[in-house]
Design a protein around this ligand. Structure first.
Ligand code: PMP
Length: 392
């Protein structure tokens, strides 16, 4: 055990030397535009509560009105509450799919989809910047993985051509709709064309787009009017919905297949009824949230435009997720610390969450952010940017 202890300590020291060590910071009201972190009150630009629903009185009331806090077992034993099935019917209707299935969270949904539909006989084509849960799901599946350069359809097509000669059983393209660390959007129309051309299924992770994009917050695929051409949709309840959990939506047989094969669905306890009640309520609110979506869009656009104007590298962000790419991890940490000193929270994101050499601050806008606060934040970022030599 002593060797273990020394080895672990050594590795942690190495991470610290490279400014890559992570520590948990005590945070209160982390879903709000103003939070308290380690005793300090900060303007919060790191929350995924994009529409401000996490603290909505109707969601809290829905939870309080649900007698059971806990769940008795997994869904296939006695955890299949009528309320959960009702939610799945509502989700399928909202997403205009035949069927939907609730998962404990988005991570488990992605693991479940990829490891159920694919195995060693199959091929999967994944955007280089897809979320870690997609990367892990692919690993778990054992399928041959082709990673295409971020958003690069020529590269993807070359890989599809290459794979076509190899006689794989099934082929699947998988992409985030909105990329979680860059805030840009996937070229879904092109992906649909390629998947048709090469007889491939398409799986889209709409974690950051449901609630925020599209009619009634249905997501990017609906916004583009191509939802029915995508085989599997996934969305989370942990971001714009302001609750917890996730869903997968698609045709009946695909969902039934997951019920029979997805280990991250079968072998885990069902979400508690209190959470399901809150999600049901949130689904109603999400559909009526055009005004919040409009505010979020307007505020995000202003934030992006101002930062680009000052010369910051905001990648290709076109959403409420706005990175300020700095490159160096220690510089990003220092930038974040200076923002904290100015009363602003934007957590530094470092490798391996983002590729080496692309450490950054990741700003998440919320519909509830006040315009004058946003303006002050832009000014602070700019001052610190000059001071740290991030902009000239
Ligand atoms: N996909 C993407 C694109 C995400 O950003 C996240 C959350 N960070 C997930 C999946 C996982 O979702 P959850 O937090 O519900 O596990």
């Amino acid at each position: 055990m002593r060797n273990w202890q020394l080895g672990l300590r050594n590795e942690l020291n190495q991470l610290a030397d490279k400014n890559l060590i992570r520590e948990l910071k005590s945070t209160a009201h982390g879903t709000n535009p103003v939070c308290v972190r380690e005793g300090k009150t900060l303007l919060n630009f790191s929350s995924n509560n994009y529409l401000g629903l996490a603290g909505h009185p109707l969601l809290i009331q829905a939870m309080q009105n649900t007698v059971e806090a806990g769940s008795p077992s997994s869904r296939l034993l006695v955890g299949n509450e009528a309320k959960t099935q009702h939610l799945e019917e509502e989700l399928a209707q909202w997403q205009e799919t035949e069927s939907a299935l609730v998962f404990s969270n988005g991570y488990m949904a992605n693991l479940g989809v990829l490891s159920s539909f694919l195995d060693r006989k199959d091929a999967v084509f994944s955007d280089q910047l897809n979320h870690a849960s997609i990367v892990d799901g692919i690993r778990l599946s054992g399928a041959t993985s082709f990673r295409y350069r971020h958003g690069n359809m020529n590269h993807l097509e070359n890989l599809l051509k290459k794979a076509a000669k190899k006689g794989f059983r099934r082929k699947l393209i998988v992409t985030d709709a909105v990329f979680s660390m860059d805030g840009d959007i996937a070229p879904l129309r092109d992906l649909v064309s390629l998947k048709e051309k090469y007889d491939t299924a398409l799986f889209v992770d709409e974690a950051h787009s449901v609630g925020t994009i599209g009619p009634q917050g249905k997501g990017l695929a609906h916004h583009l009017g191509i939802s029915d051409q995508i085989e599997i949709h996934m969305g989370t309840f942990s971001k714009a919905f302001g609750v917890y959990g996730a869903y997968v939506a698609g045709k009946k047989d695909w969902i039934h297949y997951l019920i029979n094969h997805s280990r991250s669905f079968i072998y885990t306890t069902a979400l508690p009824p209190s959470i399901i009640s809150a999600i049901l309520q949130s689904l109603k609110l999400i559909q009526q949230s055009d005004r919040s979506r409009h505010l979020l869009k307007r505020k995000s656009m202003k934030f992006r435009d101002e930062l680009s104007k000052y010369g910051f590298n905001i990648a290709n962000s076109s959403t409420q997720i706005v990175p300020v790419v700095i490159g160096d991890s220690s510089k990003s940490l220092a930038f974040s610390q200076k923002l904290i000193a100015n009363g602003i929270l934007s957590v530094a994101i470092r490798p391996p969450t983002v590729p080496a050499g692309s450490a950054r601050l990741r700003f998440s806008l919320m519909a509830d952010h006040r315009d004058d606060d946003i303006q002050n934040v832009i000014e602070s970022i700019t001052e610190i940017g000059y001071e740290c030599g991030v902009i000239l």
